[in-house]
Design a protein around this ligand. Sequence first.
Ligand code: PMP
Length: 359
Amino acid sequence: MRVFNFAAGPAMLPLPVLEQARDELLDWRGCGASVMELSHRSKAFAAVAEELQSGLRELLGIPGHYRVLFLQGGATGQFSAVPLNLAGADATVDYLNTGYWSKRASNEAQRYCKVHIAADEEASSYTTVPEPGKLELSSGAAYVHYTPNETIGGVEFPYIPDTGRVPLVADMSSTILSRPLDVRRFGLIYAGAQKNIGPAGLCVVIVREDLLGRARPTTPSVFDYKRMADDTSLLNTPPTFSWYVASLTLKWLKGEGGLTAMAERNGAKAQALYQTIDASGLYRNPVAKNCRSWMNVVFTLGDAELDKRFLAEARTAGLTNLEGHRSLGGMRASLYNAMPRAGVQALIDFMRDFERRNG
Ligand code: PMP
């Protein structure tokens, strides 16, 4: 039985994508072999690479002067690759600290350059984002880094920071493709695939062309944006199966109406769940209302015993992976593109029923 899987990542994939991958598994497009068994340099596989690249460009409306790279090492790899490519050892870089992932990013950057924390939301226990006018950006920073959606805290920026001429770098792992995006506002965007793009093993980097060619000489070649761009991300063997499933996912997205349709659907899903939480006497979401995440909805029940019962009963009802991140506890429902409205409704119905019985 397929469940409604609320995992934060690797996350649910669209059922039609899984079905197509299953149907094509043994014989991909008449090759007599699985796509997993093809050379990444074969003509047949070049079609997958092309579909992945053009699919992403079309969905996000990526301008011609941006390059799209498909790398390995996850978003965590990019925590190092960004400073190595964009900042010299003496450079200062600005980071907005809004939770677990932005902190992980700035900690890693500290190994390579001087990190200035331009905003820090620790005082609110990371339930807020900084006000647009309150960013303490340093003059002459090599870039400004932020995490538009904190996957663990369930906190999301309702605006794109204005950094003037300083390149803005965004870790969009848990928000990319959830709605339309003005790529021009960014110098660089990166995102692990395992939430809204496809399976794990693939990390997307969208980088403005003028930022290429600045990597430190010691940068590993597989993390050197220019080398990867020059080799169309085929400097070494890529995770070919991930590329393939990601290309299917992008086609599915397009067929569903693209990012405008996703925005409507995702907004409605999140709103319905937050309304349920706010209307209840049992569940609580600690995040400030102006920056509640569409993708990761966190809530608490305020009692460890009740948490356990909630999770066990939810699992029995076919609603899985609702436990919060190990660092935070509580509950978290991740509502990425592949989570249907019916899944959210099933969760809401379950939550109301659970409250009636335990509230
Ligand atoms: N950044 C964000 C916002 C994330 O949600 C995650 C993973 N959940 C990461 C970075 C780390 O990604 P990876 O495990 O692919 O390195």
